[in-house]
Design a protein around this ligand. Structure first.
Ligand SMILES: NC(=O)c1ccc[n+]([C@@H]2O[C@H](COP(=O)([O-])OP(=O)(O)OC[C@H]3O[C@@H](n4cnc5c(N)ncnc54)[C@H](O)[C@@H]3O)[C@@H](O)[C@H]2O)c1
Length: 320
């Protein structure tokens, strides 16, 4: 059985990725510090479920060399590095935290991976590295001019990967740039989560801007499938991939879907557009389709339904 490490495995994407890897028959270890950026209980629930399914959970920070060394001591062959301080808006208020965790943390993980002669690493970057779009859909060659501290932290992560590839060619590092990920157990700070949880609780939904902004909302199952392919397919060696659904939908259209699905009249308040937010995103997934044979199988609507279903089952945990 192949031993793999998922950093950030107690979080939203890491939880779904770890589950997929378990289903594929891997021996999964998770390194996570259960950061209090959002409900620690929510992460504990994720970790508990993973542990019951056979995952080894290590409680520790990617900033702490001892924890990273411990996590990589298990004859790990593939590392999926998803631990991070996410959140564009959070990074406006707390730039030092986003920069430190994402940049120093990734540098630490890659340095120790290199020392331990790990064969393959998949690093989570973000579509935020692109900043304001110069054209749509956004391919891997689109200029990278981030407009948030979070975007800068991820662009620096990509630069660290490039340097590591150059200095240590024996390590194979691929970069995934997910476009707005949605589904069950989505982070509470993310738009669809706040829209849906407010709708389900009858609260007012604040929309930044006029709601005409569009996103490539991507079901988390599509993202983790692409991540798995990147970690296991030999032709993904040292490649970067933009991963989305390849479809963009406006915030106003998403609100309509949510109103239909929750059968509620939404209370909406339009507030000023956030300067750290981009207007539109849409992934060009041609490279992933060609090299990885990636096919986004699950739609925005399926992700919304999965979120509602899980939210209603686990509401007491998720609202804390
Ligand atoms: N969710 C999205 O739409 C999206 C889009 C693009 C990129 N990403 C990237 O994907 C990754 C996962 O995002 P997510 O949405 O699942 O976020 P998340 O916050 O749910 O997951 C991140 C996990 O990392 C852990 N973590 C934070 N700091 C840590 C540290 N110092 N040491 C160890 N663990 C630490 C957290 O406890 C959490 O469990 C991140 O790298 C994020 O930047 C996410």
């Amino acid at each position: 059985m192949t031993n793999v490490l998922v950093t950030g495995g107690a979080g939203f994407i890491g939880y779904h990725l770890s589950n997929l890897l378990l289903r594929k028959g891997f021996n999964v270890t998770v390194l996570d510090n259960f950061s209090d950026y959002y409900s620690v209980k929510m992460k504990q629930l994720n970790a508990q479920e993973l542990e019951e399914a056979g995952t080894k959970i290590i409680h520790g920070s990617i900033l702490d060399p001892e924890s990273v060394n411990k996590a990589l001591s298990n004859e790990i062959e593939i590392v999926f590095h998803f631990a991070a301080q996410p959140g564009v808006r959070y990074s406006t208020a707390n730039p030092e935290k986003s920069l430190r965790i994402n940049i120093e943390g990734t540098s630490q993980v890659l340095t120790i991976c290199n020392k331990k002669k790990i064969k393959k690493v998949v690093v989570a970057s973000s579509s935020s590295v692109f900043g304001l779009q110069e054209y749509l859909p956004i391919d891997e060659l689109h200029p990278k001019n981030p407009i948030s501290y979070y975007g800068v932290s991820k662009l620096t992560v990509e630069k660290i990967v490039e340097i590591t590839r150059r200095l240590y060619p024996e390590i194979d590092i691929s970069i995934i740039r997910p476009f707005t990920v949605i589904g069950a157990r989505q982070r509470p700070d993310m738009a669809i989560n706040t829209f849906l949880s407010s709708a389900l609780q009858g609260k007012t939904i604040n929309i930044f801007g006029d709601g005409t902004q569009t996103r490539d909302w991507t079901h988390v199952d599509n993202i983790v499938e692409a991540t798995y392919l990147m970690g296991t397919m030999p032709n993904a060696r040292n490649e970067d991939f933009n991963i989305g659904s390849g479809i963009r939908t406006s915030v106003n259209d998403v609100l309509k879907l949510i109103s239909d699905e929750t059968k509620t009249e939404l209370k909406i308040k339009y507030v000023d557009f956030d300067k750290a937010d981009v207007k539109d995103t849409l992934a060009n997934i041609t490279k992933a389709e060609q090299i990885l044979k990636y096919k986004p199988q699950k739609s925005l609507l399926i992700a919304i339904r999965a979120f509602i279903d899980d939210y209603l089952k686990n509401r007491s945990t998720f609202t804390q």
